[in-house]
Design a protein around this ligand. Structure first.
Ligand SMILES: NC(=O)c1ccc[n+]([C@@H]2O[C@H](COP(=O)([O-])OP(=O)(O)OC[C@H]3O[C@@H](n4cnc5c(N)ncnc54)[C@H](O)[C@@H]3O)[C@@H](O)[C@H]2O)c1
Length: 292
């Protein structure tokens, strides 16, 4: 395994947002997907090599990219393809609600397999693509930090809670350091009213990934993957303490459609909670509050 830190840092020393590159060879699970493809365009210039691990074809590859067609729910095959990387950025999985069997096989078992492949191969860094839906059942009027209890809005969100908690277990038992990035709404620009509060640009997400790959203070640490947003719902002070300074502003890229909420069969639920339409899935329609 390479140690790409050019000079050792004191644990208390803050790293600025200007982590421009790393000498690490990374595996990028889900590298053929929407977020993975956008990230690769930036990360290919900033890491030594990218091994895409995905069942789907990633299309044209950069000079330092390779593709292993591996299903993350197959633990042996996954561990076997991760023998020559220094860190894993884990994005593969279903990005929205599914039946419990799919969620358990791909998002839960798949994430377990990623962490366990790290342990088996002596890889001590993971960046986990978690989701805002791990805390989607907080009301929009609540400002949520990474220290607040998880409150998933779907089985999908619950699978991200599993991943974050298992990352903690793998730090406590094996010293594997994980940055959980609760990605908001990833895209080139925000496209609706909810996205305006949780949008993240590709380059801001890449900045967080680089922090996750390099920052010496990360243990099992959770941040929100969100760019500059006005009147946001998420307290991202942990990311700021790690040196994250988002470069892109949701409001400055907002189009005329951004004032609109996306239509929902239960708008009094969708527009009350942070998770929006994910909260509505299978919901009985009664608006409930609960103590924190
Ligand atoms: N898109 C967002 O705004 C957003 C928000 C929050 C979290 N996330 C998380 O980011 C990650 C990527 O999301 P996305 O929007 O790019 O989704 P996507 O569906 O476009 O990409 C997911 C990728 O994972 C791959 N994949 C699925 N199952 C697999 C398996 N069993 N083995 C190997 N590869 C598999 C798919 O082929 C695909 O390329 C997901 O984990 C998602 O939960 C995304």
């Amino acid at each position: 395994m390479t140690n790409s830190n050019p000079s050792p840092r004191k644990p208390s020393e803050k790293v600025s947002h200007a982590i421009h590159r790393t000498g690490k060879r990374i595996a990028l699970t889900g590298g053929s997907g929407r977020v993975g493809t956008a990230l690769r365009r930036i990360l290919t210039e900033k890491v030594a090599a990218i091994k895409i691990v995905d069942t789907a074809d990633p299309g044209p590859l950069a000079a330092n990219e390779t593709w292993d067609q591996v299903d993350i729910s197959e633990g042996e095959a996954l561990a076997a393809c991760l023998t020559d990387v220094d860190a894993i950025v884990h994005l593969a999985g279903y990005p929205n609600e599914r039946g419990i069997e799919d969620i358990l096989r791909v998002n839960v078992l798949g994430t377990h397999n990623v962490l366990d492949a790290a342990r088996r191969n002596g890889i001590d860094r993971v960046v986990f693509g978690s989701s805002n839906h791990a805390v989607g059942f907080y009301p929009r009027e609540t400002r949520v930090s990474d220290a607040d209890p998880m409150r998933p809005d779907t089985l999908y969100g619950l699978s991200k809670c599993w991943g974050e908690l298992e990352a903690g277990l793998y730090f406590d038992k094996f010293g594997i350091r994980t940055l959980n990035i609760r990605i908001g709404n990833a895209g080139d620009r925000p496209t609706d009213a909810r996205a305006l509060r949780i949008w993240v640009s590709p380059r801001d997400l890449a900045q967080l990934v680089l922090i996750g790959l390099e920052h010496p203070d990360i243990t099992c640490t959770t941040v929100f993957g969100v760019s500059q947003v006005e009147a946001g719902w998420l307290d991202n002070s942990t990311a700021a303490a790690l040196g994250y300074i988002p470069a892109d502003s949701a409001q400055s890229l907002a189009g005329p459609d951004n004032a609109q909420e996306r239509p929902s069969p239960l708008p009094h639920i969708a527009e009350f909670f942070q998770g929006g339409r994910f909260c509505v899935i299978d919901h009985d329609g009664t608006l409930r509050g609960r103590l924190r």
